[in-house]
Design a protein around this ligand. Structure first.
Ligand SMILES: [Zn+2]
Length: 564
């Protein structure tokens, strides 16, 4: 008995000493189901935040000791808490702009597009340009490309310019073509095509890849304030969906000053990794200067520049993705690389040597192989270790290249919602490349089984940044109504936990941040979200209905639903 008391009192003394030293938390989340994504301790009840960092994770009893007079108590009422999500591939300011433009996502046919445009014009009668995005190729079958005639009927006077959902093909009406000076005589720009009527030679209004820039160039530029507002709207939308960090894959490098201004005004509620987009044909001194200057200026936990993005090919739908063998529906083409492979490899080697992380957009199997070859060569020449260079998209791949991600330490940066197996995916994407290549569609699971790392994102505004739809698609590989039965290349279905990792710890790894972000552990940043349902327990086909009820970034509440 004496011994027991002695033990008890010494335990009490230790506890009392410890608790005396423990400073009170700023925020305590209690009565939660916390999925920490920390494999040593995957589940917890409660967590404490102080000065932007997580200072305790454990049971209500353990963490409750950090309650002080000023501590904000959040009773989760059993709700699921997760680390804040990272979107590893995003075009953020474009996404922010898209929130205020015509959204054609989900439109069933041309008539629905026309009625959405009309509704927009009725609300904005003074606009001289109508901009929008989100149409898909399948609604223009069998050519699968849009035509200006559908727009000219309704809008003979104002200019209409609409990007396809993937951003790779544009659709302009006659007014927009005229303002851009596009005539029969206009030659195709490098890496682009002005689609022409086979009989008359006139532009049809469909503009592939860089041909869209001919029109974008003449669209009135947004003002400084409009840009700031687009970023603010984007951050609000991101936080509302549970996103706390993004990896910008193009568009934000030009906006670094705006991001800095938002930070100075304490309005930054999303953390930004920003890549410099390097255009072909080669790496120039002025590119290096711009990268180095930005790198010197931006390198903290909120804004950092340490990566360079290449576009190596286009997309499957418009036959611009580069393949080793010809397209199945059009054997006259294999697509082609946007870069001369030798110049691309030289640029990769030089940038890798400087310790920059490289992103390469590669969708067709030839582009994916060229990117892996370039990274392998850079590693050999530079003896670089752990650079975590990335291939973006990887829509299909040869079987031989799957294990190379693990072998070379290359990250597979993929966007689950791009694999959403709707009609467009089968009627256009799978038709264009045939069943063999389509059998290796979005193979994140195979890459992971070989030991490779995968990181998830959206490519917003190509598709919504809503990660819950992404998780559902990664887990089911089906549409929301359960098609196809068993799932599209069902061998690639992930568990819910694996899909969550793609947006959390794997995403942090892809950004060299797994020591400070990506899981809920003591010492890591307090980027935390709470959702209205337990995605581990519900029917996976309803995960897309998940609503975020609370988002904390750097220990600050940046979004709170009315229902909390
Ligand atoms: Zn992209």
């Amino acid at each position: 008995m004496a011994l027991f008391l002695a033990l008890l009192s010494s335990a009490f003394a230790t506890w009392a000493q410890q608790s005396a030293r423990v400073a009170p938390a700023d925020i305590l989340i209690v009565h939660a189901k916390i999925y920490t994504v920390d494999e040593k301790k995957p589940w917890a009840q409660s967590l404490a935040i102080r000065k932007g960092k997580i200072v305790a994770v454990g049971t209500d009893e353990q963490v409750g000791r950090m309650r002080g007079i000023g501590t904000k108590m959040i009773d989760a009422g059993g709700k699921l808490v997760l680390p804040g999500f990272t979107d590893c591939h995003i075009h953020f300011i474009e996404g922010g702009f898209s929130l205020a433009r015509v959204n054609l996502e989900g439109a069933k046919d041309v008539a629905e597009i026309q009625s959405r445009l009309k509704a927009y014009v009725d609300k904005h009668p003074d606009d001289k340009w109508v901009l929008g995005r989100g149409w898909n190729y399948a609604m223009f079958a069998p050519e699968t490309l849009p035509n200006k005639k559908y727009l000219d009927e309704l809008f003979p006077v104002i200019a209409v310019f609409l990007k396809g959902y993937d951003g790779h093909t544009s659709w302009a009406n006659s007014k927009a073509l005229a303002l851009a000076g596009i005539t029969k005589a206009t030659p195709n720009p490098p890496n682009g095509e002005i689609v022409r009527d086979p009989k008359t030679g006139e532009a049809t209004g469909a503009l592939k890849e860089s041909a869209g820039d001919l029109v974008s160039k003449v669209v009135p530029k947004p003002t400084y304030v409009e840009k700031l507002n687009a970023l603010r709207a984007g951050m609000k939308w991101a936080n509302q969906n549970g996103i706390t960090r993004v990896h910008s894959a193009g568009g934000e490098f030009q906006q670094l000053d705006l991001l800095q201004e938002l930070r100075n005004e304490k309005q930054l509620t999303v953390r930004f990794h920003v890549a410099y987009t390097l255009a072909p044909p080669e790496l120039r001194a002025q590119d290096l200067d711009a990268i180095e200057a930005a790198r010197k200026k931006f390198h903290d936990e909120w804004i950092d520049v340490n990566s360079v993005k290449f576009f190596l090919d286009g997309v499957v739908e418009s036959h611009t993705a580069a393949f080793l063998e010809p397209y199945t529906d059009d054997p006259s083409t294999k697509g082609s690389l946007f870069w001369d492979p030798e110049k691309y490899k030289a640029a990769v080697t030089e940038l890798d040597k400087k310790g920059l992380q490289l992103y390469t957009h590669a969708i067709g199997d030839y582009a994916v192989r060229t990117a892996l070859d370039a990274y392998e060569l850079a590693e050999q020449k530079n003896h670089s270790k752990d650079h975590r260079n990335r291939v973006e998209h990887i829509e299909t791949i040869t079987a031989a290249d799957i294990p190379r991600f693990a072998k070379l330490g290359v990250i597979a940066s993929m966007q689950p919602l791009h694999s959403y197996p709707d009609q467009d995916t089968f009627d256009v994407w799978a038709r264009n490349i045939g069943p063999d290549r389509a059998s290796r569609a979005w193979v994140w699971k195979s890459i992971a089984q070989h030991g490779g790392h995968y990181a998830f994102g959206s490519d917003w505004p190509v598709v919504t940044l809503n990660p819950w739809q992404g998780i559902q698609t990664a887990v089911t590989r089906q549409t929301t109504d359960g098609k196809p039965p068993g799932g599209f290349v069902s061998s690639q279905r992930l568990t819910v936990a694996q899909a969550v990792e793609g947006y959390t710890i794997e995403a942090a790894y892809a950004g060299h941040l797994e020591k400070t972000e990506g899981s809920l552990e003591t010492g890591k940043v307090a980027d935390v979200i709470m959702v209205d349902r337990n995605i581990f327990e519900i029917n996976p086909r309803t995960i897309d209905q998940t609503k975020v009820v609370l988002t904390i970034v750097g220990g600050k509440i940046v979004y709170e639903a009315d229902t909390l």
